[in-house]
Structures are given as C-alpha cells and as structure tokens.
Design a protein around this ligand. Structure first.
Ligand code: PGA
Length: 246
C-alpha cells in the first residue's frame, strides 16, 4: 500500500516571518484531509526550518518538513552546504536531492546526487530524488534513456524502501506546461519497473496546480506530487493536499 506524499517546495522564497504566517493559515485548512491516506511535506529554505520545526512540533503527525538539499559529509569546509546532522536536530523528515535547478545552475552530477541520497538515508532522512528530461531530450526521443541513467546512477546502493522519487520533466517546471497525466503516469510506471520495487513512492512534479491535481492523483503510478509555485499560497496548497481522485 503506497501512501501518497504531497510536498511543497518553496525554493528560495519566504522569510521566517512569512513562513510562520503561512503555517498559521495552512494548518486549519488541512483539518479535514484524510490523514491516514496521505502525508504533507513542506520544504522551506534552510533558514525557515528551525522556526517551522518549533511551530509544528507536537501539532500533528501528518505534516512534516523537508530540506531542499543535504551534503554527504557530517561537517567540514563545505561553504553553503547543510549537514544531515543539522537537519536531524530539527526533526526534518525528508531531503530533496537532484532537483533540476541545482543540477542546472550548479552542475550537480548523478554521482553527487547519489552521495547526497546515501547520506540522507544514513541519517534517517528520506531522500526525495528528482529526475526528469529537458524539452530537447524529449523532442529527440531521449527522455527514457536520460531518466533511466539518472535512476541507475542516482540510486546506486540506495535502500528503495526508504525513498521517494520525483519525476519532474524539466520543461514542465515553472512553465505552466503540465506533462499530460497519462504520459506522466507512463514514465512513473517505467521508473517503478527500473527500480524493481513495487511499493516505491513516485511523485510527479511540474506545474502542478489546484486545477490539475485531481486528475494527476487519479493516475495509477503517481503517488504524490512535488509542487513549486502553487505551494507558495497556503490556500492553493491546501486545495492540492485536499485532492480527490476522479
Ligand atoms: P513548479 O515547480 O510546480 O513551479 O513547476 C516544481 C518543482 O520545481 O519541484
């Protein structure tokens, strides 16, 4: 039984004050979600993890925090990075790794992503490993080959029972162009087959909105979503977390 995970990735948005204000609005709007059937995760910027962890502590058991990255060393001379131990102290549950933005802007490789994912698991954090093809790769018929490579290299040696994979076609991120639900489902099915573990949680990400969430969550191989832009408004994000299968 796969429990869907609805995750909001705030990227480089929200000060600590704004983050707390957001939670004050969000939490009451989640009162009625079927909490046994789904989990909600918020990935704020690093600076907001501490105040949010204090704010939500003891309030619920379905809402948790994710970091937007994690380093493979526990400490050391790694300017601008965050250690898994720092995240453990704040009761962070997940760590996004391999998002297309650090892959693109900071040339993150599959090897580094693999080290980050392993470090997360070694410290009881669930890695949310992002994979996905560019528009050009899709046009050239290379999407499957690219994603398979990202899966094989990025997940080498990873414990598949403590893992979330997010299929995020890069051309659909922040563009308003959602991948057609059937096609996203097909790719998620392939990823499940390549991983070889039926119960692995596979999210879809890329222009998920309140008006397409119900269709996306009705797909057989999609077990949740990773939401960027539409997670920045708590009312919108609450509607996404309150999805209904159609
Ligand atoms: P988007 O971003 O929802 O704004 O397209 C998704 C993501 O980057 O995870």
């Amino acid at each position: 039984m796969r429990k869907p995970v609805i995750a909001g990735n705030w990227k480089m948005n929200m000060t600590c004050t704004e983050a707390i204000e957001y939670m004050r609005v969000l939490i009451p709007l989640l009162n009625d979600i079927p909490k046994k059937d789904r989990e909600v995760v918020i990935a704020p910027p690093f600076t907001a993890l501490y105040p949010l962890s204090e704010f939500i502590r003891g309030k619920n058991d379905y809402l948790s925090l994710s970091s937007q990255n994690v380093h493979w060393e526990d400490s050391g001379a790694y300017t601008a990075e965050v250690s898994p131990l720092m995240l453990n102290e704040l009761s962070v549950k997940c760590a996004i790794v391999g998002h297309s933005e650090p892959r693109k802007y900071f040339s993150e490789s599959d090897e580094q992503i693999n080290k980050r994912a392993k470090s997360a698991q070694d410290h009881q954090l669930i890695p949310i490993v992002c994979v996905g093809e560019t528009f050009q790769q899709r046009e050239m018929g290379e999407a499957e080959r690219v994603i398979r490579r990202q899966i094989e290299q990025g997940l080498e040696g990873i414990e598949v029972k403590k893992l979330i994979v997010a299929y995020e076609p890069i051309w659909a991120i922040g563009t308003g162009k959602t991948c057609e639900a059937n096609e996203a489902n097909r790719i998620c099915g392939l990823i499940r087959k390549w991983i070889g573990y039926e119960d692995v949680i596979i999210q879809y990400g890329g222009s998920v909105k309140s008006n397409n969430i119900d269709e996306i969550m009705s797909m057989s191989d999609i077990d949740g979503v990773l939401v960027g832009g539409a997670s920045l408004d708590p009312t919108n994000f609450a509607r996404i977390a309150n999805y209904e299968k159609i």
